[in-house]
Unconditional design. Structure first.
Length: 234
């Protein structure tokens, strides 16, 4: 199989089996994205780079999906991180909804790069590259938003619960219609399936907890950096 076929084949095989150094590389990429997004948070060039990277990744991925008439059970943007990618790119300004998806994207991208679940295609297939590049770009976009615009009072627990359960309710309906597993509501990773209603409750609860914890970590980090800045000025 030549490189072109490896990139764009539609023949399902099995997910790539990466060796340890690949996973270490992903963790280093994760750490680098955190560092760069804070270090260059006010640099327009960095912001544009991350936005362009995300845009190209989504265009290439969905061109492959829809150009090959892939089934709707796989080719719709209803995974949590995919939704967050589009929100961070397309929704302007600041709002509790954008802050929600920035927190969701930060947690989701971090979890995805730390514990990657690749599609069953050979490396470097477009879906594999898109998984890595897309989550790096999502993490960058989400962190840029949070480092520049995070407001703890904007998104309370009630907001997080309502948005999460409503979003997962929508994804659940989509799964019923197209027979997909968007949002891992049919087969949650690590814990396995307990039936759709319980899966919905488990995934939604985990996301609520993750977003609240991520928000608290961001708040503490920004507060610490603010205190360090004040100390340097004294």
């Amino acid at each position: 199989m030549n490189l072109w076929d490896k990139l764009f084949t539609t023949q399902i095989s099995e997910p790539p089996q990466f060796e340890l150094h690949w996973y270490i590389g992903l963790l280093c990429l994760l750490a680098l994205t955190f560092y760069a997004s804070y270090r260059f948070r006010d640099k327009v060039a960095y912001q544009h780079f991350i936005q362009i990277l995300q845009s190209v990744q989504l265009i290439v991925l969905y061109s492959w999906y829809w150009g090959n008439l892939m089934p709707l059970s796989e080719s719709l943007p209803f995974y949590h991180c995919r939704i967050a990618m589009f929100v961070m790119l397309l929704i302007p300004g600041t709002s509790k909804y954008k802050q929600y998806f920035a927190l969701l994207g930060t947690f989701g991208a971090t979890a995805a790069l730390a514990y990657p679940l690749f599609d069953p295609y050979p490396f470097p297939h477009v879906t594999i590259l898109s998984f890595i590049i897309g989550h790096v770009a999502l993490l960058g976009n989400a962190l840029l938003y949070l480092f520049r615009n995070y407001q703890p009072s904007l998104l309370d627990l009630k907001n997080v619960v309502v948005i999460t359960f409503a979003l997962n309710g929508l994804i659940w309906v989509v799964n019923l219609v197209v027979g997909g597993d968007y949002g891992f509501l049919n087969k949650p990773p690590l814990v396995g399936s307990f039936g759709q209603p319980l899966n919905y409750l488990i995934v939604s609860t985990v996301i609520v907890i993750a977003i609240r914890l991520t928000g608290k970590l961001v708040e503490n980090f920004l507060q610490q950096k603010s205190e360090e800045f004040i100390q340097e000025k004294i």
